[in-house]
Design a protein around this ligand. Sequence first.
Ligand code: NAP
Length: 432
Amino acid sequence: MQKIGIGLAGFGTVGAGVFLNLQRNRLLLAGRIGMELSVQKIVVRDPAKVRAITLPPELLAKSWRELIDDPDIQIICELMGGIDDPLELILAAIQAGKIVVTGNKALLAEHGREIFAAAMKYRVPVFFEAAAAGGVPIIMAIREAFIANHIRSMHGIINGTCNYILTQMTERGIGFQEALAEAQASGYAEADPTLDINGWDAAHKAIILASLAYGFWVGTEQIFVEGIEQITADDIRFARELGYRIKLLAIIKGDESSGIEVRVHPALIPATHVLASVHGVFNAVAVQGDVVGETLFYGRGAGQDPTASAVISDLASAALAIQAPRSHFGFTPHALYGRCKTIDEIVSQYYLRIPVLDKPGVLAQVAGVLGALNIGISSVIQPEGTEGEAVPLVLMIHDATNAQMQAALREIRALAAVKAEPRLIRVESFSS
Ligand SMILES: NC(=O)c1ccc[n+]([C@@H]2O[C@H](COP(=O)([O-])OP(=O)(O)OC[C@H]3O[C@@H](n4cnc5c(N)ncnc54)[C@H](OP(=O)(O)O)[C@@H]3O)[C@@H](O)[C@H]2O)c1
């Protein structure tokens, strides 16, 4: 049986999981692809580290360059994380004609254009299933299963940490800080959770999904990103009263005439929508194609085994590409969609919570500001308060552009009755 040599760069959560599961399901994989996937060398940062999964000392390389130079290695599997070393490694692998498998979403979001230009130039495939939703096979679906479709929209819950925090806040009425501390204690949030809660981990994945769907590599500066840090228990409660749940949503939409939109932010979604039932650390992506219609992908977006499942699927595809070279190198640019809209152009509905002084006439003042800017109100909640004290005034706003809403916020902040910063959360109705 033909043996395919793999150089494994990284033996952390994912790398060790890949190594373990390659061993565990060795016979099954060999039976399915007719080749043996064999790890030839492994590189880590600290060889002396005590590890939960044993790293066979005979496989240990001194640096990643040894992986490139080894003639028995045909596939480089980059699972180191970070930017500089992985970029250097991946470009060197491509130039050396070695197929690349990576799960590095931050790297692809920032340097995808350059990596896939090199992949096409040297005709070397790059696989990256683990870089969007861990164990959920969304990359293969967009690239292969939906090749017949214009992707009209993708709505993704693609950060398990945020979804866990928002689920706890929704189910137990606790605040953001308490839910975050619990997520950290349960191992669902990193000690430094910044990239998760500020929306950028989901944004990296959204960039990869949008770029694949629309044929041009979307720049990090072209998208709108907002995290969940400002969501309060009150917002969750009001959303529920209005028939919604709050999720951190990646929203990707496109049509050939007006361009595409890519944004990641907390959003109110109807409680009846299927994505509202995605709880805890689970991920889900709803994809709408013009031919296939609506589809839904659901599963674990992170963790050792789910991510290893995606990486090993790529290793198998890479092995098959060695046997029968392919003309698709991971991402093929095309010019059908052209441009990414700015957030100011994007039309949305909104939830607006304004802490106001509880006195007669305040609602009329706010409605006056909105009306003058042609912004319609669809419903209002004004909880009873004690006259003279601040109470939250909650408005649901009809379709408006971000530019319109920002203009309204500037005027609303200036009203004497407004006692603190208003809170704007977008509402996704899934209508288009
Ligand atoms: N964790 C997940 O659930 C998940 C899901 C999807 C995608 N990913 C992506 O997969 C990649 C790996 O994530 P992970 O969670 O496995 O990370 P990790 O646990 O921190 O492991 C990183 C591994 O890479 C090694 N490493 C780091 N820098 C290196 C360098 N310059 N040279 C050689 N080795 C180096 C580390 O060595 P030491 O062991 O000696 O420190 C470690 O073995 C990341 O790009 C991540 O975004 C992760």
